[in-house]
Design a protein. Structure first.
Lengths: 230, 177
């Protein structure tokens, strides 16, 4: 998700092409071409400009409902209902891959969580992440916490720091409500990264934007990416 | 022995043939330009085909000027075709007609966004309360929270529409998938 304002001007985007599995968009105001995955203007009057990333989540509807009970859902448009496929994931997985990167241990259609910290990119293979969650890692000096939701599908990435101190987090066992415990304050933390009890209560961890993507696509746009290994 | 000479009327018809040949060449050059201006970017930017950065640059720069370029080429083609029509045989007329049709098609398509025929844009987003939504609890959504507004965009819908312009909590955003 991106903001649509550049230099105080609000742009309106439309689909203009497909580029290596991601899409190209243009704005109605200037006709500039933008790359969907990077938010950068790659050709046209605004070439070189970059849209600001809006922090969002990929969650299950159920998870989102519990967190945002008064939130609104985009309404489906009746005449396109045939095009909306709730089982889109296995369908997309069958599509041809436009480029591949032999020599890396991941296969093209392996799903990864991709993130960048000050330009350093890392991919976390989904299977590994799901088995090991919560995952603690360090990228470019920043301690990270990657967490899988109790639904096994929602995920979030946080900076693993409480009041400037690096912290480690563990899944609390034998509790009716899903919670993490930290090693610094022994507080309980929920899936939104906020402490619900303990001395850190009321504090929230900083969030890191992360993308769930196919390995070939992530690698195509982040040629220097490292791969998480444990 | 003196070289054979052409009569003045033969000379005149020979130069006329040359003139017509140049007009035919001009016609095909304009037609080529008008047709390539649309078809080359369309060929480069197609799904499931790897686009190298330079090829993409060529495609975008052509597409940027395609509406005016194809129109000028088409007009030139029609003018030249008009000049060629009377002196053309039935086959010549058929060739002119066919070429003009393709050039016209190209000029029309250069002004249309066929990607939006494949993936219709959302006219103006409408939203439902959670109780009204028929989504299953395990269906994936993209969520955003801005300025007190909580919104969810089902991925099954965004995977079709691809891009949506919305305003959340007063902030204009583009939701993309």
């Amino acid at each position: 998700m991106w903001t649509r304002t550049i230099n105080g001007r609000v742009l309106h985007f439309y689909l203009a092409g497909i580029n290596n599995q991601n899409f190209l968009m243009r704005d109605k105001e200037t006709g500039t071409w933008w790359q969907q995955i990077t938010g950068k203007a790659i050709y046209g009057p605004l070439q070189g400009a970059a849209l600001d990333l809006v922090l969002g989540d990929e969650l299950t509807f159920g998870q989102w409902r519990t967190e945002s009970p008064s939130g609104q859902v985009l309404a489906p448009v009746a005449k396109y209902s045939k095009e909306y496929d709730p089982n889109w994931e296995p369908e997309v997985a069958k599509l041809p891959v436009v480029i591949s990167f032999p020599g890396t241990e991941l296969k093209s259609r392996d799903v990864v969580i991709g993130l960048t910290i000050n330009g350093a990119a890392r991919a976390y293979p989904w299977e590994t992440f799901a088995k090991q969650s919560p995952v603690l890692d360090r990228v470019n000096g920043t301690p990270l916490l990657l967490v899988l939701g109790s639904d096994g599908k929602s995920f979030r990435v946080f900076v693993a720091r409480i009041d400037g101190h690096d912290a480690e987090f563990f899944l609390q066992a034998d509790t009716p409500v899903w919670a993490l415990l930290d090693t610094v304050t022994a507080s309980q933390w929920n899936f939104q990264g906020c402490a619900t009890s303990g001395s850190a209560q009321g504090k929230c961890l900083a969030r890191i934007p992360a993308l769930k993507d196919y390995w070939f696509d992530w690698r195509n746009y982040h040629s220097d990416t490292t791969i998480y290994k444990h | 022995m003196s070289p054979s000479r052409l009569s003045s009327s033969q000379l005149r018809s020979q130069s006329q043939t040359w003139r017509w040949r140049w007009i035919w060449i001009g016609f095909f050059l304009c037609a080529f330009a008008g047709i390539a201006w649309f078809f080359v970017p369309a060929f480069i930017i197609r799904p499931f085909r790897y686009q190298a950065p330079r090829a993409l640059l060529v495609a975008m720069s052509l597409r940027q000027r395609a509406p005016i370029g194809t129109l000028i080429a088409a007009l030139a083609c029609f003018i030249l075709a008009f000049a060629l029509w009377k002196i053309s045989s039935r086959w010549g007329k058929a060739l002119l007609t066919f070429t003009l049709l393709v050039v016209t098609f190209s000029a029309v398509m250069a002004r249309l966004n066929y990607f939006e025929w494949m993936f219709h844009p959302l006219p103006g987003p409408q939203f439902l309360a959670q109780s009204e939504s028929k989504l299953g609890p395990r269906e994936m959504i993209m969520s955003v929270r801005l300025g007190g507004d909580d919104r969810a965009y089902p991925i099954s819908q965004m995977a079709y529409h691809h891009v949506l312009n919305d305003v959340v909590g007063g902030v204009p955003i583009a939701v993309t998938y």
